[in-house]
Design a protein around this ligand. Structure first.
Ligand SMILES: [Zn+2]
Length: 78
C-alpha cells in the first residue's frame, strides 16, 4: 500500500488515500472530490472541474495521469 494525499493529486486538502495502484488512487481522489463537493465544500470544486475535464479530454489529460502515476511510483511503500 502507498499513501497519496488529495494535495498530491491536485486537490486542496491533506486527506490521505491508501491504495495499491496509481489507478486506484486516482479513482479514490475522483470519488473524494465528488463527495466533498456534494457535501457543500467549495474548495474542492476547481479540482473536481479539472478532473471532469480530464475524463472528457483523455488525450490532453494524459500528461496529468502520467505525472500522477510517476509520483505514485516514487512513493515509499507503507
Ligand atoms: Zn481533499
Amino acid at each position: 500500500m502507498k499513501t497519496m494525499t488529495c494535495k498530491q493529486l491536485g486537490g486542496p486538502c491533506d486527506h490521505q488515500h491508501r491504495e495499491q495502484t496509481a489507478d486506484q488512487a486516482i479513482k479514490a481522489q475522483d470519488r473524494h472530490l465528488k463527495e466533498m463537493v456534494a457535501a457543500g465544500d467549495t474548495a474542492h470544486e476547481p479540482a473536481l472541474t479539472e478532473m471532469k475535464g480530464r475524463w472528457k479530454h483523455p488525450i490532453s489529460g494524459m500528461g496529468w495521469y502520467r505525472a500522477a502515476k510517476r509520483d505514485f511510483a516514487a512513493l515509499p511503500q507503507d
